[in-house]
Design a protein around this ligand. Structure first.
Ligand SMILES: O=C(O)CCC(=O)C(=O)O
Ligand SMILES: [Fe+2]
Length: 307
């Protein structure tokens, strides 16, 4: 199917599911079609309150961004792995996010090593963790694609031609409070993950991912999106977010320098540490000394070939 301009393409419907009933197949299909979907009731009020308890002092302490990407009314918190265990357990390690990341970001390849055609699978890893608080009066953030960090160049496609694995990252945004068009909900252009790299974003096509507190929005990193203007007098737009990326790409947030390893080692299981990035991406990527990064944290890990 040929399009003169991606901006003339019909906008796909943005689906909304409930966390209690949605399946991974539903989410993957919705992401391929629209690039984003809403999942109701991802986090309970208790969990939101605990995350806020862990992060509020850091929100308050943050200083305005020195540049134009974030309005001066925006405050952020990062390094969540060492600031909030519950954020990691309930938001990052959320089964819905992890299942669709495994389906859409993992990669399996075979390589000849001598006379053996070795199979290697690289699993997704944490990309970044950010709390976004947008205060009253904030201007909109410009629409952008988060996969720019990996220098991705997209070619125009129909959703039927979507190739599993073509995206480099998936984002998850959970309302810490109600987010609305008026207070700065994340807006995005449905279907823009299928647009050509040369096509600029268009504000007229943006749809607002309005969330009740505890609802989530999942989005492919190749979708045009941005934080929006907060036109209210007195509402904070509070969003808890993380991205997952492929196991063989560099993480946007440097987990090793932004979190003290001794804190992570004390907080987390092997599985969570692997998710944070203390893992090998097969084959051979990310070794420390003789092998697995977890061994460098004093954890038992089998050595041997790293295919
Ligand atoms: O605050 C938001 O809703 C989105 C922020 C964002 O897209 C970014 O910082 O890259
Ligand atoms: Fe973004």
């Amino acid at each position: 199917m040929a399009f003169n301009d991606d901006r003339d393409r019909p906008l796909p419907e943005v689906k909304s599911f409930d966390s209690a009933t949605v399946t991974n197949e539903d989410i993957v299909a919705a992401l391929i079609k629209a690039g984003g979907c809403v999942i109701k009731n991802v986090l309970t009020p208790d969990v939101l309150a605990e995350i806020e308890k862990d992060t509020r002092e850091h929100i308050t302490a943050d200083k305005p961004w020195d540049g134009t990407f974030f309005p001066i009314q925006t405050r952020r918190v990062n390094g969540l792995a060492s600031k909030s265990k519950i954020f990691m357990e309930k938001l990052v390690n959320n089964k819905i996010l992890q299942d669709c990341s495994e389906t859409m970001l993992s990669s399996t390849v075979q390589n000849w090593v001598g006379d053996v055609f070795e199979t290697s699978t690289s699993h997704p890893q944490l990309h970044n963790t950010i709390v976004f608080s947008i205060g009253p009066g904030a201007a909109p953030q410009p629409l952008h694609r988060d996969d720019m960090v990996h220098h991705r160049i997209l070619q125009r496609k129909d959703s039927l031609d979507y190739t599993m694995g073509q995206d480099s990252a998936i984002g998850f945004f959970v309302g810490g409070k109600k987010t609305s068009k008026a207070n700065g909900a994340t807006r995005f252009i449905p279907g823009s993950h299928l647009w050509d790299h040369a096509t600029p974003p268009s504000e007229e096509l943006a749809v607002y991912a309005e969330l009740e507190a505890g609802d989530g929005f999942i989005m492919l990193a190749s979708c045009y999106h941005g934080g929006s203007a907060n036109t209210t007098e007195d509402q904070e737009r509070l969003v808890y977010s993380c991205f997952m990326t492929k196991g063989y790409l560099r993480q946007e947030e440097n987990q090793y320098l932004n979190n003290k390893p001794e804190v992570l080692n004390q907080f987390y299981s092997d599985e969570m540490l692997k998710l944070i990035g203390y893992n090998l991406s097969a084959p051979f990527l990310g070794w420390v000394k003789e092998g697995h990064p977890l061994a460098a944290l004093g954890r038992e890990q089998p050595l041997g070939d790293m295919y």
